[in-house]
Design a binder for this molecule. Sequence first.
Ligand SMILES: C[S@@+](CC[C@H](N)C(=O)[O-])C[C@H]1O[C@@H](n2cnc3c(N)ncnc32)[C@H](O)[C@@H]1O
Length: 218
Amino acid sequence: MDWHGWHEGYQEHGRLRNRLRTVQDQLRLALDLVPSGPVQIISVCAGQGHDVVGAVDDSDRRSDVQARLVEIDGRNAEEARRRVESADLNGIEVLQGDAGTTDAYVGAVPADIVLLCGVFGSLIDEDVDSTIATLPQLCNARGQVIWTANRAASGLFERASAAFDLYGFALVWTNPADPFGVARHQLVTRRQDLQLGQRIFNFADEQTLVDLGRVKRP
Ligand SMILES: C[S@@+](CC[C@H](N)C(=O)[O-])C[C@H]1O[C@@H](n2cnc3c(N)ncnc32)[C@H](O)[C@@H]1O
């Protein structure tokens, strides 16, 4: 998968751009709920950082924000760094590395807000579950998670929603009428300490995703 090219969808008016706007709106609303003082954000598989940088740039909490954006693709990480620098957001750090291991989050937990956007569609069902099961290690008490899952991808949105319920999160917002599937949940059980060296997920290969009905291409 060309994950650098994937971001070109944000240049066109369409579904992906609408999804980005919705994620940014949810991030602004999530920021409003965090008490005054420092705000810690984590973006898992952050891509080029469009969502975090776009929402934090015009937020009146911008100077409170500390964020870790974890992205494995070097070109995307570079682009995210460029975006962070041009917005002069000194509290945002871009870590080029594997977001699928708990080690990527040392020093960035517990987070007030975690973004998981464009991730679940590339995971097998068991990894969707294990990722959500791990979120209480990443979140602060009352931590919020903004996530996406294509509603057209055979039960994916429903599976993720059920896992959020199971692992101690309450739904704050979603819009069942939107085709791209954005939601915000909040932790309502106890947070957990970060367990180092734990594998959370692996992106699946394309044929597996086709077989699961996540993507249409052969
Ligand atoms: C669908 S894009 C979503 C990017 C961003 N979250 C967004 O919504 O704009 C998925 C991203 O995950 C990145 N990625 C894939 N496997 C990863 C891993 N193990 N750790 C960190 N990033 C990963 C890809 O390089 C890609 O940028």
